[in-house]
Design a protein around this ligand. Structure first.
Ligand code: NAD
Ligand code: IPM
Ligand code: MN
Length: 348
């Protein structure tokens, strides 16, 4: 029986993950679950955001269902003890280099988007975000210059193998959709991006059936709100993908709607909403659990070979939304639990 590691984390993480778990339980899928502390909760209980037992469970499990980490109480800790290091450490330790972040507007949410309904309706894209490199994992620190000034530095770096393997995920993803791949970079300024572009073009030789194009990230941010319908599959680096996916979420109605899959290329994965621990609404039953529920669906599809069950969950979320179920981020009044109930009711 497949083992799912539940790492709910901090803030709204446990609230939304509980709803994803209820949906999975309702489907009777013959899954087993084990839970462990992660993030600020783990730091407070065990002195480290990613305790060895938690990492061991994540490795042992067939898939990880992750909530969110981040706690304002921990924002001044030494960096290696901060909650966010737990998710960065999991991605790195498990080799989860490919992050799929689908963004589409569920029918009925036109009014929740920041865009005009006729524009919002067109968004249906997947951001393929590289997840274990870039400025996130380069040399970093705060040092003192010869003039005695404090100087912060974070090295942006990618080697060609890292670029080629995420490019391949981009091309393969494009093949499952419209055979169009857009690579987003900043090659007009950054050497890292120039190498990125060169390597993506080299890899494209193996995918003559996929139409490759390129765009600078600043233009991409503008185009995303001007005409999101022009995007289909976008491959980009860790930092640009982080930012563009939060932006895409508001085109699609709410950050509470976007799931993600972090994959190692061999079927092992960690599944989490793209949002964080939302300390501003934590503990109030206001969080939208759809991103977490849809992340569970991605887990069934990508790690557990249960595409039918994934389809059922996605259809249930769509039906609940179409039926008017709305948490406050979507302009409604449902609690997190009531939104979970609405999805479960739609499972039939
Ligand atoms: P956030 O995503 O937590 O919240 C941004 C805004 O969106 C807030 O106003 C929040 O209330 C709202 N929001 C987020 N998820 C929502 C949901 N499901 N339903 C309704 N509203 C939702 O980002 P932030 O405020 O910049 O960061 C808060 C903490 O989370 C920080 O510690 C940050 O480092 C962490 N974080 C963690 C992850 C992760 O675990 N993968 C992702 C992003 C941020
Ligand atoms: C995300 C988050 C993380 C990231 C943080 C919490 C490290 O913003 O998952 O999108 O930047 O990758
Ligand atoms: Mn983010």
């Amino acid at each position: 029986m497949p083992l799912i590691a539940i790492l709910a984390g901090d803030g709204i993480g446990p609230e939304v993950t509980a709803e994803a778990r209820r949906v999975l339980d309702r489907l009777d899928l013959d899954l087993s679950f084990d839970e462990a502390l992660v993030g600020g909760a783990a730091y407070k209980a065990a002195g480290h955001p990613l305790p060895p037992e938690t990492l061991a469970l994540a490795r042992r499990a067939d898939a990880v269902l992750f909530g969110a980490v981040g706690d304002p109480d921990c924002d001044r800790l030494e960096r290696h003890l901060r909650p966010e290091q737990a998710i960065l450490g999991l991605r790195k330790e498990l080799g989860l280099f490919a992050n799929l972040r689908p963004a589409k507007l569920f029918a009925g949410l036109e009014d929740a988007s920041s865009l005009r309904p006729e524009i919002a309706r067109t968004i249906d894209m997947v951001i393929v975000r590289e997840l274990t490199g870039d400025v996130y994992f380069g040399a970093k620190g705060i040092r003192t210059t010869a003039e005695g000034l404090r100087e912060g530095h974070d090295e942006m770096r990618y080697d060609e193998a890292e670029i080629a393997r995420i490019a391949r995920v981009g091309f393969e993803t494009a093949r499952t959709r419209k055979s169009k791949l857009l690579s987003v970079d900043k090659a007009n300024v950054l050497e890292t991006s120039q190498l990125w572009r060169d390597v993506v073009i080299e890899v494209s030789a193996d995918y003559p059936d996929v139409a490759l194009s390129h765009m600078y990230v600043d233009n991409a941010a503008m185009q995303l709100v001007r005409d999101p319908g022009q995007f289909d599959v976008v491959v980009t680096g860790n930092l640009f993908g982080d930012i563009l996916s939060d932006q895409a979420s508001m085109c699609a109605g709410s950050i509470g709607m976007l799931p993600s899959a972090a994959l190692d290329g061999q079927g092992h994965g960690l599944y989490e909403p793209i949002h964080g621990s939302a300390p501003d609404i934590a503990g109030q039953g206001k969080a939208n659990p759809c991103a977490a529920i849809l992340s569970a669906a991605m887990m069934l599809r990508h790690s557990l070979d249960k595409a039918d069950a994934a389809d059922r969950i996605e259809a249930a979320v769509a039906a609940a939304i179409l039926g008017g179920a709305r948490t406050p981020d979507l302009g409604g009044t449902l609690t997190t639990r009531a939104m979970g109930d609405a999805v479960i009711a739609s499972l039939g």
